[in-house]
Design a protein around this ligand. Sequence first.
Ligand SMILES: Cc1cc2nc3c(=O)[nH]c(=O)nc-3n(C[C@H](O)[C@H](O)[C@H](O)COP(=O)(O)OP(=O)(O)OC[C@H]3O[C@@H](n4cnc5c(N)ncnc54)[C@H](O)[C@@H]3O)c2cc1C
Length: 405
Amino acid sequence: MKPLAPLHPDPLPAFTSPDFLGVEGLLSAEELALRDDVRAWVEARLMPRISELYFAGEFPADIVPDLGRLGLLGPTTPVEYGGPGRSSVMYGLIMQELERCDSGVRSFASVQSSLVMYPIRAFGSEAQKRHWLPQMARGEVIGCFGLTEPEHGSNPAGMITDATEADGGWLLHGRKKWLSNGPSADVAVVWAKTNGSDDPRSIRGFLVPTDLPGVTVHRIDDKHSLRVSESSAMSFDQVRLPADAILPESGGVKSPLMCLNQARYGIVWGTLGAAMACFDEALQYARQRIMFDKPIAATQLQQERLADMITKVTNGQLLALQLGRLKDGPGASAAQISLAKRHNVDMACEVAREARRLLGANGILGGWHSMRHMANLESVYTYEGTHDMHTLIIGQALTGEAAFR
Ligand SMILES: Cc1cc2nc3c(=O)[nH]c(=O)nc-3n(C[C@H](O)[C@H](O)[C@H](O)COP(=O)(O)OP(=O)(O)OC[C@H]3O[C@@H](n4cnc5c(N)ncnc54)[C@H](O)[C@@H]3O)c2cc1C
């Protein structure tokens, strides 16, 4: 008698599909070696438990020392400030491999690297850089970024959180929402409108230790998406800050937007990783799933689905790499980064959805990854500038007309 198939089949073993257009041939040996090291670490330390962590809504805090040891936190931070001084393409490949596992894991590293360490590097004093960056690169200090407010998301310039100069320091008052890493963070980079004696009213960044009196962290747990990433709101009730809490070189809404551009760049690569993982799962499943006496991979409909998916992934690969090479060379403009963020997030959302559909009913189960990616990518579609905002940024670059209002 033919043995019965298991009722609840185990997910398929890790599988990586070939690089269809040979884009990896454009990477250096050093870049490929880093990519492979991160991939191997992710496969060993995270993949076996990622579904469980997702259902539990838990960030795997035990990986943070490893992230530091492997140089994955603030990878572009210069050696003199405790970082490995890697290129933007290498940073991108790290994000790709982390998000191949889960967008929430990539978000942790993105926030620490691009939204906390970057502003300290770009706008901080020498003392701030020497104090914070080495500890953050090692993962001993965790940071978060407070720009969004409950009533000010896509338009951060409208923020109402303010910092008033008082007694040789600052009094910070207001509320921020959606701070990734917030519940575990030791310090928050908070953006506020200043009321200073010498300072024209401007938007400035402040380094705010989260254990200061007047700081309250409100955990956000009821998420359908990005469940492995910790999120919070934070309120600041007349929080007294020393004079040196301000990031001295920050000024105007362009400062936080410069941070967002760094993070958006990482998202371009990260979402590519998520899309690759979904494609790999779909291709492998299609080959082994027998229906009507043949693998579903042998049907024209599923081949069309797979062909569409790999075309999207390949476009995403080329786009990410060209953007990275620009960043490491002449520089990438905000609109170029917007174009790539907008494309690759949308691309990954579509690839994840199609992979989920190809998997049939098994595709909604926890051991399979495409639906988790699909749910995660909905957050990525919204954060770091919604898809719509990037459309408007590209539209403005093309036409010279701002259509935000
Ligand atoms: C999981 C998660 C993590 C996050 N992490 C952080 C973080 O660490 N730090 C932080 O500061 N923020 C964070 N955010 C916040 C995120 O950046 C904002 O949610 C985002 O900027 C959008 O703001 P909003 O949600 O208020 O949407 P809104 O601005 O209210 O937009 C609602 C809708 O209206 C559209 N819209 C808005 N304005 C226009 C317009 N002019 N024309 C056409 N359409 C428009 C938008 O595209 C969107 O579809 C996070 C969000 C999520 C979901």
